[in-house]
Design a protein. Structure first.
Length: 307
């Protein structure tokens, strides 16, 4: 790790305890939106919103939005707790079906009003308000920072047994090695696939959004290209627990990450195409195609300029 990366790690890695809610509410000059893309998260959405709502009452945040694509009671629970709920399919419906999490995040920008926007995963267990406060803190306290990622320890749960570490398998086996090899200045980003991220609206509107699972690493790389290493930060949120995917489902996820990075290398002239658009996953009977052709939504600033 270079001295520059070590210096960034020391100066741009924070702990959430440095940003208590009352500190964020005091003298805040920017509006803040918190967004949770959700799909069938009735098991966790209630606890998450009960932790977030006091932040709005305190004045630390202004807007709490759930963009929902559920067939269970996720939306009803969110509305009952006071969240602003939008059906994902009704956001830019002219574009057709919503193509995964990244597409939901991009479409949500249409209804998010904040100068600063915080995206949180809706499947986190043992969630605390410090997730939002920690991510927002560096942005609200320093004009030099434009993009913040969460970091945390990932326990791995197998049935009734929970190991202290071992979660984040795609992160450790795919995402971090890719960054170390091709974007070494991002090697110190501990959780490049974290869905917990906050950024200035102005920056998000300049970035394309990968529609699927590759959105998080793509946003990190593109934000790095737009604002440089010093414009990025990461915040220790302690622990994040969520349900884990079976091993057989990790191949398509790793492929989406690899594809998002490869597209960026191709644009930079460091990789020759064409790239494969499909991943073949092992099945008991055959090898079905498990991934459709990846799609990227263009930067909103480009759409406005073309209108």
């Amino acid at each position: 790790m270079s001295s520059r990366v070590r210096s960034w790690q020391r100066s741009r890695t924070f702990h959430h305890s440095a940003f208590p809610a009352r500190r964020l509410a005091s003298g805040r000059g920017e509006t803040v939106s918190v967004c949770l893309p959700a799909r069938n998260e009735e098991r966790t959405i209630g606890a998450i919103l009960r932790a977030l709502m006091p932040l709005r009452e305190l004045g630390a945040i202004d807007q709490i939005v759930v963009v929902d694509a559920s067939t269970d009671a996720t939306g009803e629970i969110a509305r009952s707790l006071g969240a602003e709920v939008h059906d994902q399919s009704q956001l830019r419906p002219e574009l057709g079906p919503v193509l995964g999490k990244g597409d939901a995040m991009w479409r949500a920008l249409e209804v998010l009003t904040g100068d600063v926007i915080c995206f949180l995963d809706a499947d986190s267990e043992h969630f605390g308000a410090h997730f939002a406060c920690g991510l927002l803190g560096p942005l609200l306290q320093s004009a030099e920072i434009s993009f913040v990622k969460g970091l945390y320890r990932r326990p791995f749960r197998i049935g009734e047994t929970t190991l202290p570490d071992g979660g984040g398998r795609v992160t450790e086996l795919t995402a971090r090695p890719l960054l170390s090899l091709f974007y070494p200045e991002l090697a110190a980003v501990r959780q490049p696939l974290a869905g917990e991220v906050a950024a200035r609206r102005e920056l998000l509107e300049r970035l394309p959004f990968v529609t699927g699972y590759g959105v998080d690493i793509a946003l990190l790389i593109d934000a790095y290209g737009a604002v440089g290493l010093d414009g990025l930060a990461q915040v220790d949120l302690d622990v994040r627990q969520n349900a884990h995917q079976p091993l057989r489902d990790l191949g398509p996820m790793a492929f989406a990450v690899l594809h998002a990075v490869s597209v960026r290398l191709q644009r930079e002239g460091r990789l020759a195409g064409p790239l494969s658009h499909a991943f073949l996953g092992q099945d008991d009977e055959d090898l079905p195609v498990l991934a459709h052709e990846p799609v990227e939504r263009p930067p909103l600033s480009q759409l406005r300029a073309a209108a």
